[in-house]
Design a protein around this ligand. Sequence first.
Ligand SMILES: [Fe+2]
Length: 359
Amino acid sequence: SEYKIKPREELLSIMRGPYLQNLLGDSVTIMWRTNQPSNSMVEFYSELENRSEVIANSISALHEMKLTGLQSSTKYFYRVKSGDVVSDWYSFTTPKNISDEFSFIVYSDTQLNFLRHHEIADQIRKHQFDFILHCGDAVQRGPRNDWDTEFFNPLKEILTGKPIYCAMGNHELNSQNYYLNFSNPAMEHESFYSFKYSNCFFIFLDNPLAAYPDRKFLTDFKPGSIQYDWLKNQFSSKEAQESDWIFVISHVPSYVFGTQEAYSDCKKTLVPLFEKYQVDFSFSGHVHGYERGNVNNVNYVVTAGGGGALNKPSAVKLSNLPKFNITYNYCHLTVKNKTLAMKVYDIKGNLIDEVLLKK
Ligand SMILES: [Fe+2]
């Protein structure tokens, strides 16, 4: 006789998140993923007696809900619901008022080695900060649907309360998953975008083409491209002009000091703009390790140490670099008005670099 195995009905459950995107101005986007398509609902409040909810009856496995009309510098509690599945309560704090001190993390190249990413994330969690910037290569292979093992799981506890902004890396391969998993603050072209936070302006570029010029499916950034014109407009915008600090985040660095020559398309195309518009920091990934140098008053930081296998140092150093360290790392920046402090840590939490700037 044969055993008859009755297929078990898979119960609806939350597989990823909730995680925050675009906690900017008076709104936030909350995302989560369920194992099967379902509806979406978020309940939230800043004062318990005044609860609100937003509901979307459209059916999806990747949920994206925007809360608007939030008060600044205020702690909100929220939970998400799909069908009859309800998450725990989590909280986030809306952007601080201008002139209040705030902090953020910059790191990159988490990809593949998720055990290292877990360790880096555990170090990051020990700090005070308001959001995370990631310079790309979030995962090893963007078109693969599992972004959880390498990327979202290590960040699970952090992203319920702090948003992350990711640049497009070459390993994302311009795949649809990048566009689905992130809800970037852009209207037309989600892989290059900008936002203002307090007295700072952040510009995210999509430049893996600089490292792989043959891959025509990558987004162009050279003169004549949509991105290049957009970038010039960003730099000359009122928001940029009125900011005390300007940061550009891109996957491929414009300068690589310790290990190899610069990527020539970045150096030719981007560096003149960075210098003309007085960019304070160009943060990048791609060359796994940590490097910092200053050229014509622009600080170039490569913080590609989130988990991806580290580079081998080349035999010859190309310049007398202030800082060069092939190790897993992340940067923690604190801004208060015209003062900026950056501290860089390795995977054990040891301080490996420090910068203090005043304007
Ligand atoms: Fe990488």
